[in-house]
Design a protein around this ligand. Sequence first.
Ligand code: NAD
Ligand code: ZN
Length: 251
Amino acid sequence: MINGRIGRAAELLSSAHAGIALTGAGVSAESGIPTFRGEGGLWSQYDPVKVASIGNFLNDPTAYWSVARERGPAVLSARPNPGHAALAALEEAGHLVAVITQNTDGLHQDAGTQRVIELHGSGRTVQCLDCGAREKRAEVQSRLATEMPPLCRMCGGIFLKPTVVLFGEAMPIPAMQEAFALARAADVMLVVGSSLVVYPAAQIPLAAVEAGAALVVINAEATPLDRHAEVLIRGRSGEVLPELAALMSPA
Ligand code: NAD
Ligand code: ZN
């Protein structure tokens, strides 16, 4: 049955001219980065609004960085998994025009995807909210053992913030506009590893469906958009995507 569904998804993508993918934390789970929701998700350990909101970051950067210090090594040392690689291969072969992601880990770029739209920014850099100086997240990580919160190397400021969208912050408008334009033009919309409960990101596949795209959902568990899916594949993206890519004929 699952092969039949993957085959159907491959058929849809083979004839697509403007296929796009939207990915969430699930696509990086097999790279060792915990998801927020779902089994083993981070939010069974932390209260997201306490840790990952801009209000709490400004109120207590040390609390934010204490969690970041623990979580950092797994994220910073993560490598792309076969799911990321398959998405890059689908783009290379002309079956996908872009990957829109809610992830901040940079693994789609590492896997070779050329057009990545980061809806929630990038966790690879940090920026000082006082003077605007940027620094690599990995460099900040290396001094967290002795410096808490980490201080800006340029001005000594205490608000070094990863360039990600925290709760309570606005989404980057250019990325949102690009994502919705791609969705409206898409003929196939692949959603992978997203719980689809974070808006407005979850609105993107809906916009694609409204504009006539066929929706393919690949996720470990049910999502609120499953009823709109033409093909629904319940499974791990690191297994399903390579199988899908292997079934594709060249565009
Ligand atoms: P989420 O954590 O809300 O949901 C992840 C979904 O992926 C769940 O439905 C889960 O069942 C599914 N899943 C888990 N493992 C999977 C696998 N191997 N294959 C397929 N599906 C799998 O993630 P989200 O929807 O992206 O939501 C929200 C926020 O989490 C985003 O804002 C994102 O910025 C942030 N986030 C990013 C990372 C990252 O950059 N890697 C990690 C955690 C959270
Ligand atoms: Zn500074």
